[in-house]
Design a protein around this ligand. Structure first.
Ligand SMILES: Nc1ncnc2c1ncn2[C@@H]1O[C@H](COP(=O)(O)OP(=O)(O)OP(=O)(O)O)[C@@H](O)[C@H]1O
Ligand SMILES: [Mg+2]
Length: 464
């Protein structure tokens, strides 16, 4: 059922054939507002309509929109329905707010629409003060997510377009945003290495899908807060309000007003307004660096030369002997060294100043996916190796991994040196001798130490 009524809330999208004419009144302080110069499920089908073709259609009524999206399975909800779904937009259901407006948890089922599966949803309610810019972002999001389906893009279930109300109804992502996990909530501890790699691979696949579509899409707002996670940390990109059709035919770029988020936007895009898929690749590099380091892309609370993460960290990324300076200390050395080196090089390449030197997102996926299989981890903490010998015969042998003793924590650099005297990034493993001695070892040293401790036990002498 379409929304009951509507007001002509100035519904024009774009103006020129290539340049967009988004208004400059977006209220979010985090958004860049400098003027520049200028498919069906799971596949990159050619049937997607371009946003530019919508530009030519001028003012769009709810009925037009509903007609245009008739093949998309999107539901046009009424205001009353979404108010009911969210318990009158109650505080208890409030999930947070961004530049677009507040977001509420809700629930829908087949009482709303025949055949609609019972499910939790997130309802994003456009703040009226966003004016026409907010409306354009809302429309762009309905337009793109109405036509694109992929396991790494958040699913848009429906929308509301009624009077002054503009809402977006998404599948509910129970683990919230990557930003919350990485920088805000430490309730469940920091994200483990493999989870971060899984998130990076999922997000890269989402971008690769957009870029490789027959009518390519540039996402333009890739950042930690727009990466949503479900209970298994599956990754989905959300917020398509700034998305643009990519260059078509002989075009090398799209010229747009510069919009995006400080700290994530590519330097050439900020300078010229020239947008290509490689602008998204740069933003991906920033998020990958945030995943490796646990640090925000920009943080005024850090020392001046470290405030901009890319400026400070980029050169360390290609030096395996310096990478430990970048790696998040909260990993407590529980990550694959080889994997970290691969991910760091990918981030380094994505962050190239020259967009042509950056990899494509398909290449990024190809490079990062194997990292999921690298498990050259170290035991969680010191381990105790005990051998019980009776009459020259080993009767029991135990290797026990223990909790780390915080008093014996070494700094990452020391551990790195012990583990890799001549290269690589920090990591460490600690062997507990029976006398309580703690030492860092590499694999070969550890094996030697274990066999020598065994030998000592056989002789009935404690490890010295
Ligand atoms: N589909 C969803 N499922 C669960 N939570 C969501 C969903 N969409 C958004 N949220 C949550 O709602 C809050 C606001 O999200 P929103 O995307 O509006 O803002 P933002 O990404 O923080 O900022 P920006 O406006 O710059 O994108 C965030 O905490 C986000 O995690
Ligand atoms: Mg967002």
């Amino acid at each position: 059922m379409a929304a009951r009524s509507w007001s002509p809330f100035s519904c024009c999208v774009g103006g020129g054939a290539v340049a967009d004419d988004y208004d400059d009144e977006y209220p979010s302080p985090r958004r860049i507002r400098r003027r520049g110069k200028g498919s069906p499920a799971g596949s990159s089908s050619s049937s997607r309509m371009s946003l530019r073709s919508l530009s030519s259609s001028g003012t769009l009524s709810p009925e037009d929109l509903s007609l245009m999206l008739s093949g998309s399975n999107l539901h046009a909800f009424t205001y009353a329905e979404l108010r009911a779904a969210t318990a009158n937009f109650s505080r208890a259901n409030y999930l947070g707010s961004g530049g677009f407006g507040p977001v509420y948890k809700g629930a829908v089922d087949d009482r709303f629409r025949p055949g609609l599966a019972a499910q939790d949803v997130a309802v994003k309610y456009l703040d009226l003060e966003c004016g026409t810019q907010g409306h354009k972002e809302w429309l762009a999001e309905v337009f793109f997510l109405g036509q694109l389906r992929h396991k790494n893009l958040v699913k848009l279930i429906g929308y509301c377009y009624e009077d002054e109300h503009r809402m977006l109804v998404y599948e509910f992502m129970s683990a919230g945003s990557l930003e919350n996990h990485l920088f805000k909530s430490k309730i469940n501890g920091s994200l483990p290495w493999m989870t971060r790699v899984k998130i990076a691979v999922g997000a890269a696949k989402g971008l690769a899908f957009l870029h490789d579509a027959d009518t390519p899409v540039i996402y333009r707002d890739f950042k930690a807060s727009n990466i949503l996670l479900d209970s298994d940390y599956n990754t989905k990109l959300s917020d398509f309000g700034l998305a643009k059709d990519g260059p078509q035919g002989d075009e090398t770029h799209v010229t747009t007003r510069v919009m995006g988020t400080h700290g994530y936007a590519a330097p050439e895009y900020i300078m010229t307004g020239h947008l290509t898929a490689k602008s998204d690749v740069y933003s991906f590099g920033v998020v990958l660096l945030e995943l490796l380091s646990g640090l925000r892309s920009v943080d005024r609370a850090r020392r001046p030369r470290e405030q901009n993460l890319v400026d400070w960290a980029r050169l360390y990324l290609k030096r395996s002997d310096r990478l430990y300076k970048v790696m998040d200390p909260s990993f407590e050395c529980q990550y694959s060294c080889k994997g970290a080196e691969v991910a760091a090089i990918v981030a380094y390449k994505c962050l190239c100043q020259n967009p042509k030197s950056r990899p494509t997102m398909a290449e990024v996926v190809k490079a990062l996916e194997p990292v999921l299989t690298l498990e050259d981890f170290f035991p969680i903490g010191p381990f105790v190796f005990t051998v019980i010998v009776e009459e020259d015969k080993v009767v029991d042998m135990k290797v026990k991994v223990e909790e780390k003793d915080p008093q014996h924590h070494q700094n990452p650099e020391d551990m790195h040196r012990q583990k890799y005297p001549d290269s690589a990034i920090h990591t460490g493993s600690m062997l507990h001798g029976r006398d309580g001695l703690i030492t860092g070892y590499n694999g070969a040293q550890r094996r030697k130490q274990m066999s020598s401790s065994c030998h000592m036990e056989r002789g009935g002498i404690g490890l010295g």
